[in-house]
Design a binder for this molecule. Structure first.
Ligand code: 3HC
Length: 708
């Protein structure tokens, strides 16, 4: 017996405990060990029933995802230890009960479905999240689950990947009962009762009475397909989940399982699952910062302050209040402050209307938010986040005021989206306490927090910021200090190309549609209209002296700014707006054409493929520079910034993973082509050139260690 499972006996009941921390991921070895333990126990005369449970805080997080790379390479084939394990458990003649606490997810739930009965703690949750990895359940979950809860519900569970609380799973028939006291003690007692009753084990694969009527199932699945396709933004796995579950109604259990494994193999081979698995691990990798350990000191954050009650400041204050941290907002005048506080309440009221919060929740959150017009009221805050307009002089002035009032040890964070954090820190006598906390709009919704380390930012301030991001339910990505950091620095060349292709003949609508077809949440021009063309203009003003001589500059956006077409907020920008609905505007198309003609730009038909190549490769090339300069720690950090801050499709893994999957040689060659046909701003990044020539990828690249 290996230590991957532990077996104890409670008289005539064997308790088999998974022992593979932290989440009891079902590696192939664990599957083999579990099957061996169950078979050994079932063969003993002294054992009348078996309970399977998870060690630590959870039942199981599913198949070991880190083994999928090798599985993809060799192809799943016919041999899959998880199948043998689950079928072996189900085949047992003695009752086997799954005792679930924490989570039973993916292969973890599929294992529990192979057991004859299931008991769970009231706080446990179950689900089939494979879809979020670009996969479908591959261990017969699509065949056993519908036999417990019906085909439409099983399809919905598999296609959404949502976690279901134990009580709901009982109502659905997936779990048999909730534990009333100690989970394992209750399971053991029930196992003994089942053994006493002497009934044959109830095998899920043999149940048919809940499979339902084919016509009713078909109608329900049709409806589900429509909903799923609308939300999937090009992701294939949700529809493939439905396809696999549907087969439970038309095929035998055995054939349905074979069909499932075929689809699982196809999904595993797809670039979509590679992208999504990269994103899964990436989300966890970004929290790992070289030099920062559990022992690195942290500063305590019990209270916060925010400078500015505008859209950003208000959203940041809500984020703190949502995490239970009291926050005071400072504004220049009572009038502006009250408008800001009103807007916060209105935002919360929308959540109440949508059923996401109760009025009591809102009262609680609002009680945590107070306002002031006086800097001295910030003296007690453990962290102060400045969210004023994007302008260096203003930010410096605010930071010198903060330096005067903030208590020793307070963290002074700037929400700048582009400006030099060191220059801002230089306005204080405590640059070690200054850091960038770049939230994304709307700050209370968007998951990304770019944490910008200045040259003198203390390690304790970085460590505290990374922990704080988690408390605020954000994904914190540590980045270096430069214009626009990771996200906006890359967004600049992306936006530039999105405008150049317009001047060369594409329409605003075509460019945006090419991007949404690619899977982006929004097209670049719709994004500009949402963020505000005036905002982009203001940032451009800050950096215009740094633009290299002779570099082509977009012609249209400055004109729209001059015309007062700032985007949604003025009812017109790249589009005309009816409410929030964008309507293509012939006036803008005429403006583009006349500006392009005036500048002598030849207009031609531009393919969607060229549009995407130019915007995406511009993004990737800048990403490669950022990576080499050390502004991003790893390429996956860049990917996570784009997935959570810029609506990049997770199933493409992020811009750097996308480039890896296209092949860096191809990306490099096309960038050279654009350099030769467009201009020097397309010069390929040295790192991209090196990796392309070596047949390598961004994911494989490791930063050379410095010897001095
Ligand atoms: N395989 C391998 N590693 C896993 C894993 C899995 N299924 N689930 C989690 N881990 C790892 C994480 O990478 C992390 O590693 P790290 O500490 O080195 O960064 C560690 O376990 C802890 O994970 P979290 O930080 O995410 O811990 P939480 O407590 O916040 O969350 C969880 C736990 C809800 C289980 C979450 O980890 C999760 O959602 N895991 C993935 C669940 C999933 O997708 N399961 C399906 C797998 S595919 C499958 O089963 C196919 C089958 O049908 C054939």
């Amino acid at each position: 017996m290996t230590s991957l499972v532990q077996v104890d006996h409670q008289d005539d009941v064997a308790v088999v405990t998974l022992n593979h921390p932290p989440v009891n991921a079902l590696s192939q070895d664990l599957c083999r060990a579990l099957l061996a333990a169950v078979r050994t126990e079932a063969a003993k005369d002294t054992v009348r029933a078996i309970v399977i449970t998870g060690g630590g805080s959870t039942f199981s997080g599913g198949a070991d995802i880190s083994e999928f790379g090798a599985l993809r390479e060799r192809g799943p084939g016919d041999e899959f230890p998880m199948h043998d394990m689950i079928n072996g458990i189900e085949a047992c003649d003695k009752p086997v009960i799954a005792a679930i606490h924490g989570n039973a997810l993916g292969g973890g739930l599929e294992t529990a479905l192979g057991c004859h009965y299931r008991i769970a703690t009231p706080t446990a949750r179950i689900g089939l999240p494979e879809v979020k990895l670009g996969l479908i359940p591959g261990a017969m979950g699509t065949q056993r689950l519908p036999r417990l809860c019906g085909i439409p519900k099983a399809a919905e569970i598999a296609a959404s990947g949502t976690m279901i609380p134990a009580a709901e799973a009982v109502e659905l028939g997936i779990i048999d009962r909730l534990a009333e006291g100690d989970l394992v003690a209750d399971a053991v007692q029930w196992a003994r009762e089942l053994a006493d009753a002497g009934e044959p084990p109830r095998r899920t694969s043999e149940l048919t009475d809940r499979l339902g009527d084919p016509d009713a199932n078909a109608a329900a699945l049709e409806e589900l397909r429509k909903n799923v396709a609308r939300k999937a933004r090009g992701q294939e796995s949700p529809l493939r989940c439905i396809e696999a579950v549907e087969a439970a109604g038309t095929m035998s259990f055995e054939d349905g399982s074979k069909n499932e494994f075929r689809i699982f193999g196809e999904c595993l081979a797809s670039t979509q699952s590679q992208g999504l698995i990269h994103a899964f691990f990436g989300e966890r990798t970004v929290g790992k910062i070289p030099g920062i350990t559990k022992e690195t000191p942290r500063r305590e954050i019990r209270s916060a302050a925010v400078i500015g009650a505008g859209t950003m400041g208000g959203g940041i204050a809500m984020t703190y209040a949502n995490a239970g941290i009291p926050v005071v907002i400072k504004e220049v005048s009572q009038d502006v402050l009250e408008k800001g506080l009103d807007r916060i309440r209105q935002n919360y009221d929308v959540s109440v209307k949508r059923g996401k919060m109760t009025p009591e929740d809102v009262d609680q959150r609002m009680a945590l938010i107070t306002g002031t017009t006086d800097y001295s009221d910030l003296a007690d805050a453990d962290i102060i986040v400045e969210a004023a307009f994007e302008g260096m002089d203003l930010k410096k002035q605010i930071f010198s005021e903060l330096d005067a009032v903030a208590k020793p040890g307070a963290i002074l964070a700037t929400n700048t989206s582009t400006l030099d954090v060191d220059a801002i820190a230089s306005a204080t006598k405590r640059p070690e306490s200054v850091i960038g906390h770049h939230f994304f709009s709307p700050a209370n919704v968007m998951k990304l927090l770019e944490i910008v380390r200045g040259e003198k930012t203390g390690q304790d301030v970085i460590a505290t910021s990374m922990d704080l991001a988690k408390r605020l339910r954000k994904i914190g990505v540590l980045v270096g200090n430069c214009f626009g950091f990771v996200g906006n620095r890359m967004f600049w060349p992306f936006q530039r190309e999105a405008q150049f292709v317009l001047e060369e003949g594409a329409s605003v609508e075509q460019v945006d549609k090419a991007h949404t077809d690619f899977g982006m949440a929004m097209g670049p021009h719709a994004v500009s209209d949402l963020s505000g063309i005036d905002v982009f203009w203001r940032i451009n003003e800050e950096i215009k002296d740094t633009i290299p001589e002779g570099m082509r500059q977009p012609l249209v956006a400055p004109k729209l700014y001059e015309m007062g077409r700032y985007g949604q907020k003025t009812g017109a920008g790249w589009y005309r707006y009816e409410g929030r609905r964008p309507i293509p505007d012939p006036e803008v198309e005429a403006l583009i054409e006349s500006l392009a003609t005036e500048a002598g730009i030849e207009r031609r038909k531009i393919s969607d493929e060229e549009i995407i190549e130019r915007t995406m490769y511009a993004l990737v090339n800048e990403g490669a520079l950022i990576l080499e300069e050390g502004i991003a720690l790893r390429s996956v950090d860049i990917d996570i910034v784009y997935l959570y801050g810029y609506g990049f499709p997770a199933w493409r893994g992020g811009p750097m993973k996308y480039a890896d999957m296209v092949g860096l040689k191809k990306v490099y060659d096309r960038i050279c082509h654009y350099r030769d046909t467009q201009g020097f701003w397309w010069e390929p990044a040295p790192l991209l050139k090196e990796l392309a020539e070596n047949g390598s990828t961004f994911s494989e690249w490791e930063r050379p260690t410095q010897n001095n």
